[in-house]
Ligand binder design. Structure first.
Ligand code: GDP
Length: 434
């Protein structure tokens, strides 16, 4: 099977030009497949000897309904969700629209496979325009001019680089993705098995994103979720305890692919440097987190209290994350852990009404003005530009907002809506991540 490249984007952003440009290259083979539907056209294409299937998803037609799901053409979205590489084409000469952001939100789950294409960059002097699109939170945009051919070779190089080595096209149900992370022997496998042995969960394997990974679909209390890269977690034979199945690289990759990470900590051992690196990655990746303090059966209750305080002290960035005490061997706390995971996932999708956010912002600034060199520095306007993870753009600040004040704002936002365990991203004027 050939790798699949899907081209997705609003009408008039230059998708067709890009498809023609890709197909029209000297060494591209063009062959329109008969019998395919009008709104989803497959072409055979190649670049530098790599053959692939190019899928023109047709325009994303936005229906009259105000529902997010109704707005994004399901056909296009499904095509994208099963592709190996998704080219999300935007018109860089125009301001981002609400639809662009909605598409970006829906593509976020596949972020590792998305390339944002900043089209209509006809000259090097317009390169700056592309950076606006970094705000979509889907990585650095690649600028091209589909019409004139500028940058299309570089884009194709990037596309080919992303092809999986061994082609399999896994089914990718649009379900929340969860990973279980932590040091070796803290009880990750035991917790996963305890969750999946729960009477009400149905587990089945499916191919993961990387060749040797296996993901598992599990039903927790009626909600279907996917546990990422469970090859090393499921019913692992205990023969080689020292084998580090879950190497750090693998852990980081699993975090990047997940919506939520369960960070397992051994109650008796506490937080290690490796845990701190994992937590940094969780926060950077915009992944939600639930902390499981495991092996409580081995620790006296008074000691547990001290240990909880210590974990909280060592992980200030996760102060808002639920901490659940578990014993994977007795099953104690597993129900609570499952409920916390589902609650955090549900909160992750919340979107603030712009008016509520701005009322909050007025209030916060009235009480605690931004400490700034110039008097009167203030945020004039804020909008939640994305969810999962919540991303809030602040407009109209003349200078850099101190981290301290952003942390204060973060706290105040969570008093209105908790976003338990989920990092909130702030974008300021330049569109750069803070
Ligand atoms: P992983 O390396 O993080 O996946 O850890 P495992 O799940 O393989 O567990 C490592 C060891 O700790 C095994 O011997 C488990 O039986 C044991 N273990 C896991 N959870 C608990 C627990 O809650 N209490 C106790 N007493 N032992 C546990």
């Amino acid at each position: 099977m050939k790798p699949v490249v899907a081209v997705i984007g609003r009408p008039n952003v230059g998708k067709s030009s890009l498809v023609n440009r890709i197909l029209g290259r000297r060494d591209a083979i063009v062959e329109e497949k008969p019998g395919v539907t009008r709104d989803r056209v497959h072409y055979d294409a190649s670049w530098q000897g790599s053959e692939f299937m190019l899928v023109d998803t047709g325009g994303l037609e936005f229906g009259p309904t105000d529902e997010l799901a109704g707005k994004v053409g399901e056909v296009a979205y499904n095509a994208a969700s099963t592709a190996d590489v998704i080219l999300f084409v935007c018109d860089a000469t125009r301001p981002l629209t609400r639809e662009d952001r909605d598409v970006a939100d829906r593509l976020r789950r596949f972020a590792s496979r998305v390339i944002v294409v900043a089209n209509k960059i006809d000259a090097a002097t317009h390169e700056d325009l592309a950076w606006e699109l970094a705000e979509l939170g889907l990585g650095n945009p690649v600028s091209v001019s589909a019409l004139h051919g500028r940058g299309s070779g570089d884009l194709l190089d990037l596309v080919v680089e992303r092809f999986p080595e061994d082609i399999e096209i896994p089914e990718r149900p649009d379900l929340p993705r969860i990973c279980i992370v932590g040091r070796p022997n803290v009880g990750k496998s035991s917790i996963f098995n305890a969750i999946s042995n729960d009477a009400r969960s149905i587990v089945h394997d499916m191919p993961g994103t990387t060749r040797d990974a296996v993901d598992s679909e599990v039903e927790i209390r009626g909600e279907r979720v996917i546990f990422v890269d469970t090859a090393g977690l499921r019913h692992r034979p205990r023969i080689d305890e020292s084998t580090e199945w879950y190497g750090l690289v693998r852990t980081m990759r699993a975090i990047d692919e997940s919506d939520l990470a369960v960070l397992v900590v051994d109650d008796a051992e506490g937080i290690s440097r490796q845990d701190l690196r994992i937590v940094d990655r969780i926060l950077e990746a915009g992944c939600s987190c639930v902390i499981a303090l495991n092996k409580i059966d081995l620790v006296e209750p008074e000691v547990r209290k001290v240990e909880i305080a210590e974990v909280r002290r060592r992980l200030p960035g996760l102060w808002h994350a639920p901490l659940v005490e578990t014993s994977a061997v007795s099953g104690k706390g597993i129900k609570n852990l499952c409920e916390s995971v589902l609650r955090v996932l549900a909160q992750r999708d919340f979107r603030f009404a712009t008016s509520d956010l701005n009322n909050l912002l007025l209030d916060v600034q009235a009480r605690t003005p931004i400490p700034a060199k110039k008097a009167g520095a203030r945020v004039k306007y804020a909008a939640q530009v994305a969810s999962s993870p919540p991303t809030i753009r602040l407009f109209g600040v003349g200078e850099k907002i101190p981290e301290r004040w952003l942390r204060h704002l973060d706290k105040q936002i969570r008093r209105v809506y908790p976003f338990e365990g989920t990092p909130i991203r702030f974008l300021t004027g330049s569109g750069r991540k803070r």
